[in-house]
Design a protein around this ligand. Structure first.
Ligand SMILES: *Cc1c(COP(=O)(O)O)cnc(C)c1O
Length: 487
């Protein structure tokens, strides 16, 4: 007989030693977050760290957890892109929270498999989806799914739309069962929409982009006309996508008008509320996204303006049967036996393409309960107030213009000194942005608006205090003056 005392496992051989290392990991992580403000938001990766991280041979022999952790602390942890920092306002990113970090650790410790199965983790996800539906003004019996991010949440929403409105069995026939299917949205839509129609085999020309007005909101009359013209040509319109906060400027489409148009045209109404939907948590801000609650499907992130650590987003679908009909597929080895571990089946696997999923819901559940919705809403309101005040103050710097209305929490501005050409201004603004980042002062990001280079300050940051914005104002004023005097 073989002696089985030496059977292998990947558990630690010395639990006490591993426990000490694990406690150090938690302490170091919390120390790092607690002292973020003492460091620059971003500093470039040193050359030796870069080469060590990109040229190491495949590790065949064990190096030990202690040594690998040491390398993490030295070469990885200090050089993030800065998004946890109080002076980070680039693109639209989130900070994460210490409680969210710990919840993710607990979830990883449980290593729960969330296709469904009869376990409390499933009940927590169902509860979280019901809470989020209530917060967004959706009916109690709405369906939903927690996914990795806003892109995925939006893609799933559009998948349900296509299945529900194709007019034939799109699961069986793909794109070959009828006329060309078309989708309507604004020119300001996030890039996920084009990826989606390409992925679905609909082709990017099926995504019909409608012009926007001066406030960067979709022109509803133009959309109606485009739908009519496409119908006359023999296309089959299936869906309208509204934006509750566009990625560039946080412009909010007239969602009530889009809901009316979708109803009149019998189209699916999907809303991309990646960050803007979270405004609904605040009674004061909720009117800004009115009409969103009439959507057939709504996608939003919790890792942006919900402040939770990556990755977490949600798609809500009003018609639970339509959601299920798009994805449900039960092979014999996954059948609900009504009893045992698989009792209740795999509800989450039936709501999207993924089978194995982790326990993403835990950080949402713990955070909503620990902080309460009201406290999160207060921070969201603070971000909107910060954006409004920043816009007012930055516009007072000589040569600076705010180039889009501040509808929510994003300020778009550029320096446009008198006597310079637009091309010179583009170069100047690019340089201004990079110097602000490279000085380690703050991280705004750049974009293009109306064909011109602009700077963006997106406030989805629960760590920013007003003094952080004052530091950026000082920097813009000082660096713009220095660049201007050289122009
Ligand atoms: C960020 C964003 C997305 C994509 O969400 P991810 O979480 O980055 O996948 C979609 N739409 C808008 C408006 C966004 O701001």
């Amino acid at each position: 007989m073989k002696n089985h005392d030496a059977d292998l496992t990947l558990d630690p051989s010395d639990w006490a030693e591993f426990r000490a290392l694990a406690h150090r990991m938690v302490d170091d992580s919390l120390d790092h977050v607690a002292t973020l403000g003492d460091r620059a938001p971003w500093s470039p990766i040193p050359a030796d760290a870069r080469s060590a991280l990109t040229s190491e041979p495949l590790p065949l022999a064990p190096q030990g957890a202690e040594a690998v952790y040491g390398e993490f602390v030295e070469r990885i942890l200090p050089f993030t892109n800065g998004n946890r920092h109080p002076r980070f306002w680039g693109w639209i990113q989130g900070n994460g929270t210490p409680l969210g970090m710990m919840a993710d650790m607990l979830a990883a410790g449980m290593n729960a498999h969330l296709a469904g199965l009869d376990q409390p983790a499933k009940l927590v996800e169902l509860q979280v989806i019901a809470w989020l539906a209530e917060l967004m003004g959706f009916p109690k019996d709405s369906s939903g799914l927690l996914v990795s991010g806003g892109s995925m949440a939006n893609i799933l929403g559009l998948a349900v739309a296509r299945h529900a409105r194709a007019g034939y069995d799109v699961r069986a026939e793909g794109m070959f069962g009828g006329p060309r299917l078309t989708v309507y949205t604004s020119t300001e839509i996030h890039s996920w929409a084009q990826k989606a129609v390409e992925l679905f085999g609909m082709g990017s020309t099926s995504l019909r982009k409608v012009p926007v007005d001066g406030a960067l909101r979709v022109d509803v009359a133009a959309m109606r006309a485009m739908i009519a013209a496409d119908r006359a040509r023999g296309d089959r319109p299936i869906c309208i996508i509204g934006s509750a906060g566009t990625v560039n400027s946080a412009a909010i489409d007239d969602l009530s008008a889009l809901a009316d148009l979708a109803a009149a045209e019998q189209l699916w109404f999907h809303v991309d509320g990646a960050f803007g939907a979270l405004a609904a948590l605040s009674p004061e801000l909720r009117p800004l996204v009115a009409g969103m609650e009439r959507a057939d499907s709504l996608a939003f992130d919790l890792h942006k303006w919900g402040y939770l650590p990556y990755e977490i987003a949600c798609v809500l679908v009003r018609d639970a049967a339509a959601h299920r009909a798009t994805f449900a597929l039960t092979p014999s080895y996954l059948r609900d036996e009504g009893r045992g571990v698989i009792a209740g089946g795999l509800p989450f696997a039936d709501r999207g393409p993924e089978l194995t999923r982790g326990f993403k819901a835990l950080k949402v559940w713990m955070t909503l309960k620990a902080e309460g919705v009201g406290r999160i809403a207060d921070v969201i309101e603070q971000n909107v107030a910060q954006a409004r005040e920043f816009a007012e103050r930055v516009a007072r710097i000589p040569g600076v213009v705010v180039v889009a209305p501040v509808s929510l929490n994003i300020v778009c501005f550029r320096v446009a000194p008198e006597g310079t050409t637009p091309e010179q201004q583009d170069a100047l603004n690019k340089e201004l942005l990079l110097r602000i980042q490279e000085e380690g002062l703050a991280v705004p990001s750049g974009s293009q608006l109306g064909g011109r280079y602009i700077l963006r300050v997106a406030c989805t940051n629960h760590r920013s205090r007003w003094s952080d914005f004052e530091a950026l104002l000082e920097g813009v004023s000082r660096i713009a003056a220095a660049l201007g005097s050289k122009a």
